[in-house]
Design a protein around this ligand. Structure first.
Ligand SMILES: Cc1cc2nc3c(=O)[nH]c(=O)nc-3n(C[C@H](O)[C@H](O)[C@H](O)COP(=O)(O)O)c2cc1C
Length: 219
């Protein structure tokens, strides 16, 4: 095992102090990127182990810190984790998706708040008229959706960071979910995320990803 700048283990440990994470990075091991990206998989089947409301709240409490335009927070989350809640949700899923949500410990309905702009004076006080930028309801709807899609990506990674497994899904009846769960409110459904502890059989082999050569441009 080698250390940067020809240092010995004890030199290096002294410099890093007890920062184990720093040492792992220097050794080429990056636990965060493995856990969030390279080793993590979409999950389709769960062990049934209970996930507590505190664990579910902790997911949101991580995701909320990731950046958004003008700190606009459009994402809303409705957790379905009771039998009664699942009975309301499952008929609204594409048939092939029902069994996946049925055995998840919880299903997060990720939504966007079309009135997210009302909170901008609180969340972005340095621009006192930020709310006025979003007066047009159609443009505001698109902005809310765009911001929440970004935050949904963060949410999926936050599930993994919280030590749980995630199975995001777009295959469901959005209008039906809105009528069943968000009637009379400004929330609109976006994606579902099945959450729990992955059954070892619950993953599919990794499909190929677009290589850096094909996906990156330079100038
Ligand atoms: C926004 C989104 C929507 C998805 N919708 C569905 C879905 O409706 N049903 C399904 O079985 N998988 C769905 N998936 C799962 C993807 O197919 C899966 O994440 C992708 O193939 C990567 O798999 P991997 O993490 O195992 O590499 C969805 C994933 C995302 C991020």
């Amino acid at each position: 095992m080698s250390f940067p700048h020809g240092k010995t283990f004890s030199d290096h440990f002294l410099t890093r102090g007890s920062n184990i994470l720093g040492l792992l990075f220097d050794w080429g091991m990056n636990p965060a990127s493995n856990e969030l990206f390279t080793d993590a998989h979409t999950t389709y089947s769960f062990t049934g182990e209970t996930v507590t409301d505190a664990e579910l709240t902790a997911i949101y409490d991580l995701a909320k810190f990731a950046p958004t335009p003008m700190n606009s927070q459009a994402l809303r989350v409705h957790f379905v984790r009771t039998l009664e809640g699942k009975e309301r949700l499952l008929p609204l899923l594409d048939e092939g998706n029902r069994v996946k949500s049925a055995n998840a410990s919880a299903v997060a309905i990720l939504a966007f708040d079309t009135d997210f702009h009302e909170l901008l004076p609180e969340h972005f006080p340095q621009v006192p008229n930020a709310r006025d930028i979003h007066q047009d309801p159609d443009k505001r709807f698109s902005s809310a959706r765009d911001i929440a899609i970004l935050q949904a990506g963060y949410f999926i990674l936050a599930v993994r960071a919280a030590g749980l497994d995630a199975g995001p899904m777009a295959g469901f009846d959005r209008a039906g979910v809105d009528a069943e769960f968000f009637s009379g409110s400004s929330w609109r459904s976006l994606y579902l995320v099945n959450i729990g502890h992955s059954d070892p059989q619950g993953q599919r082999p990794r499909n190929p990803r677009l290589s850096a050569e094909r996906a990156i441009g330079w100038s």
